[in-house]
Write a protein that binds this ligand. Structure first.
Ligand code: ADP
Ligand code: TRP
Length: 333
């Protein structure tokens, strides 16, 4: 039997190359092989109190971007979390058996409580319960997420097991992480340090809809080394990052050309970056075009969202009817 895959996407801004290789292409593979549910986690984003305009804008954008990049409404269920109020109902049920002590011990909660002491709200505390509801509403068994979500997933298993034990049933599965093994790539940023991330600033990220001039400028300004290294010297981190980016978008001949130059100590990083910028543009251009045209095609986006909401509700409706029955909410009229 194929797995039921569920994953949430935080609507936190434009997609960058790291999101593409770290999340989007995995989802594209999953939709081919499994019953997959992907949703924009817009309920979750309320913990930070966005304005209605900001909320709508970022949710629309990220939905349209995933659609543009190939999540296919006929192959997967792509929807908005808020189009599935059944999730909120399941969240409320699960909250009855989620304890303050265990929620307070969650690392992401402790970090947020420390970094934003004026906004330690109940939604933040119960974030893992809502996430469990997202998964269990479709009886999801596989969750493709990064390492940072492992603890949340562990909580989802706890809440699932607790429900089953309380009601003497084996109704909910134990959701497990979906790991891609060796295929899990870490895309480096342009600032010469860690992985590409919005939090490292604009200049660190190659956004998929960066204009050609912007993209070129960012790459030409990427941190590298000042000059050629000694023959045979090991690569510095910023230089390794440039090679890692090249490995994603350039052909084998280009890569071995610069590898050889690095080995022999004759490499000029300006030339390497020029080549990387050209190859990056070739890679990004079709994605950028698709994203821009999809964002403008409100009709296509609306149709996909409606279709996704209908498919998701079919699954959620079935689960909630059964859950209410299990809990003892039985109609007597
Ligand atoms: P950011 O760090 O820019 O805020 P997010 O945390 O919103 O990015 O990431 C969304 C998804 O993209 C996650 O699945 C995450 O694992 C993936 N991702 C983000 N940055 C990278 C990266 N540099 N390399 C690989 N995957 C990444
Ligand atoms: N917490 C996830 C993140 O920060 C997003 C998310 C919300 C999610 N609900 C989910 C992921 C359910 C997987 C399954 O990335």
């Amino acid at each position: 039997m194929s797995e039921i895959v569920v994953s949430g996407i935080r609507p936190t801004g434009k997609l960058h190359l790291g999101n593409y290789f770290g999340a989007v292409i995995n989802f594209l593979k999953l939709q081919e092989a499994h019953d997959s549910f992907f949703f924009i986690a817009d309920y979750h984003s309320l913990t930070t109190h966005p304005t209605p305009e900001d909320l709508h804008g970022s949710v629309y954008r990220v939905f349209a971007e995933y659609l543009a990049l190939g999540l296919d409404p006929d192959k997967c269920t792509l929807y908005l979390q808020s189009d599935l109020p059944e999730t909120a109902e399941l969240y409320m049920f699960l909250n009855m058996n989620a304890y303050k002590g265990e929620l307070e011990r969650v690392t992401s909660f402790k970090e947020k409580a420390r970094s934003q002491p004026d906004n330690v709200n109940a939604g933040l505390l119960t974030y893992p319960v809502l996430m469990a509801a997202d998964i269990l509403i479709h009886k999801g068994s596989r969750v493709p997420v990064g390492k940072d979500q492992e603890q949340h997933l562990e909580m989802a298993r706890t809440f699932s097991n607790r429900f089953n034990r309380l009601y003497h049933t084996e109704y909910f599965p134990e959701p497990q992480a979906f790991t891609f093994g060796k295929n899990l790539v870490k895309v480096p940023g342009l600032s010469g340090q860690g992985k590409m991330s919005k939090s490292a600033g604009e200049a660190d990220c190659i956004y998929l809809d960066d204009a050609p001039e912007v993209l070129n400028k960012k790459i030409m300004r990427a941190v590298s080394d000042s000059g050629p290294s000694e023959p045979g010297a090991a690569k510095s981190q910023p230089v390794q990052n440039l090679f890692d980016l090249m490995a994603l978008v350039s052909n084998d001949d280009t890569i071995s050309f610069f590898e050889t130059q690095h080995q022999s100590g004759t490499i000029r990083y300006g030339d390497m970056k020029k080549q990387l910028a050209a190859d990056m543009e070739l890679f990004v251009a079709p994605l950028r075009d698709k994203i821009r045209s999809t964002i403008e095609n409100r009709e296509q986006v609306a149709k996909a969202a409606k279709h996704g909401a209908e498919k998701a509700r079919e699954s959620a409706d079935k689960t909630m009817k059964e859950v209410r029955e299990i809990i003892g909410f039985r109609k007597f009229y």
